[in-house]
Design a protein around this ligand. Structure first.
Ligand code: MG
Length: 533
């Protein structure tokens, strides 16, 4: 038995040798005739490679729309006034950029060094100072905003330069608008992989769930201005060829999006106070009409909140419009100008007044009674709505533009957790700063504090707020209510004990969700909705 062992051993060694040496096997080949990859000089460490398009080399921002507003200094550029967009559109790409949080270490949470790279203008890789700065994980630096936190936090300390290398694949849509292939993003933050081919569920927004809306294969990318002087340098991009990749033509993930509402610009031609002619300089309304057999002839222009720095068009716009449509009320979500688009006072008010005149002028076309046109606003949008109720005119009968002949006075107001009073210790400071800057004129503060501007001509108001709102405290609604009461203006006020700021329809919040029913009854009692039998 012992004699067998060396034989087994030798047998094993022999076959191992054959397998490894390849002397008996043939090389496997794919059979594909590969193109020889072209040569690219990678350039210095950190790039740009020879085939990259350099968008900012430290001297010139002309590759960006709005780039002239950003301040170039010592080889970098500082975000200022409003966001910028690449003049050239891009699809699949590799994007490199370097950023540093503001020199002055300021703010906390989302208010610290906030910016963002919006691929195709709609898919955001967040920029934030996330070094020892707590915020929600899907909103920290290198997060795909509200969809995917980074795998790790690779942030450098405030003021240091950091790199983003983003590899992006654009989504593809079928002719009928279905998603054939979702967008995907890989991100290296300071050389560390933090997003690994993440497949996006749709565009990223602060106020609404991800959703795809069909768009072109190439679009400009956008760099956000969020009020923070974030610095940028070495921005270059390489377009990637998606090759002969086969894309399934079946519907991969229908999004269930309803038909987008009709969009109507507030001015056909010249926009008053406009800084340019980019989309952000052209305010508009989204028109949501109820089913013709349900329409009651009442229309409401909705002003979403967003602290005069953004617009919460989801839960304070679209969702509200759908609810109003269900009651037979036509809704118009106003996309007014604000600081995020580079505008403070008076642009938001001018836009709001114009929206009211425009809806009134087109009342017949939209099946409305011109004396049943109200406004509804939330948070800062509530402030804007309150301004329209305290600053209005009957229109100019001699105006060339028929819209300008209309009255800008709303027939009624519905305000949800509104900002009302400026210049007070309880004022929402960020909204006031976005509207009026750091040191506003006291007279302007007075004029734009709606509780001080109420008269007997102010239209009737429905107000609701929550006691736990620390963003915009209920004192605003109380002050407005008392002023309305003093002036003899019909008003109704509801303050719910529980509930945070910014609840919108508050569908899932016990007690607060009651406000839509209370508001419905109020509108019935004012003849804006038919009475229940
Ligand atoms: Mg951001």
């Amino acid at each position: 038995m012992f004699a067998m062992r060396p034989v087994v051993f030798l047998y094993f060694v022999f076959f191992s040798f054959v397998a490894h040496s390849g002397s008996r096997a043939d090389e496997w080949k794919s059979g594909i005739e590969w193109k020889v990859p072209r040569v690219v000089d990678p350039g210095p460490v950190g790039g740009p490679p020879a085939d990259a398009t350099v968008l900012f080399d430290g001297t010139d921002m002309s590759a960006f729309d709005g780039g002239e507003k950003w301040k170039i200094k010592d080889g970098y550029v500082v975000a200022n006034e409003s966001g910028i967009s690449s003049r050239q559109p891009f699809g699949d790409c590799q994007l490199h950029l370097e950023f540093a949080s503001p020199l002055e270490d300021q703010g906390t949470g989302q208010g610290k060094g906030n910016s963002g790279i919006y691929l195709m203008g709609r898919y955001e890789v967040q920029i934030l100072d996330s070094y020892k700065n707590e915020t929600y994980p899907d909103g920290q630096a290198a997060a795909i905003y509200k969809q995917s936190p980074p795998l790790v936090n690779a942030s450098r300390s405030p003021g240091q330069w950091q790199t983003f290398d983003i590899i992006f694949r654009s989504p593809r849509f079928s002719d009928d608008g279905n998603v054939l292939r979702p967008a995907s993003i890989t991100v290296l933050h300071n050389g560390v992989v933090v997003q690994n081919h993440f497949k996006l569920e749709g565009s990223t927004a602060w106020d609404s769930p991800p959703a795809y809306r069909p768009h072109a294969d190439k679009l400009p990318f956008h760099i956000q201005y969020h009020g923070d002087p974030v610095r940028f340098r070495n921005i270059w991009i390489r377009e990637l060829d998606s090759g002969a990749e086969k894309i399934e033509t079946k519907d991969a993930s229908a999004t269930g999006n309803a038909t987008p509402p009709q969009q109507v610009e507030l001015w056909d031609e010249t926009v008053p106070h406009a800084r340019g002619t980019a989309p952000e300089d052209r305010p508009f309304i989204d028109v949501y009409l109820p089913a013709a057999d349900k329409a009651v002839g009442t229309g409401i222009i909705i002003f979403p909140g967003g602290g005069y720095g953004a617009l919460a068009k989801g839960h304070e716009g679209h969702a509200i419009a759908e609810w109003l449509n269900s009651l037979g009320i036509a809704a118009f979500v106003c996309d007014y100008r604000h600081r995020g688009k580079g505008y403070g006072h008076p642009a938001p008010l001018v836009d709001a007044q114009r929206a009211i005149r425009l809806v009134r002028q087109r009342a017949e076309e939209w099946n409305l009674q011109s004396e049943k046109i109200g406004v509804m606003g939330f948070s800062a949008g509530g402030h804007l709505a309150s301004l329209t109720a305290t600053h209005f005119d009957a229109g100019n009968p001699a105006a060339v533009d028929p819209v300008d002949r209309m009255s800008s006075r709303p027939d009624f107001l519905v305000l949800g957790y509104p900002l009302v009073a400026l210049g007070k210790p309880y004022t929402h400071a960020r909204s006031q700063r976005h509207l009026l800057g750091e040191n506003p004129d006291p007279q302007l503060l007075e004029m734009l504090s709606s509780e001080k501007q109420v008269s007997k001509d102010t239209p009737p108001v429905f107000l609701w707020h929550t006691g736990e709102d620390t963003g915009v405290v209920p004192e605003h609604s109380v002050a407005f209510y008392l002023a309305l009461r003093k002036a003899g203006v019909p008003a109704e006020l509801h303050i719910y004990e529980r509930g945070r700021h910014g609840l919108g329809l508050a569908r899932s919040v016990p007690a607060v969700s009651d406000w839509t029913d209370r508001c419905t009854v109020w509108m019935q009692n004012r003849g804006l909705l038919p009475q229940n039998d």
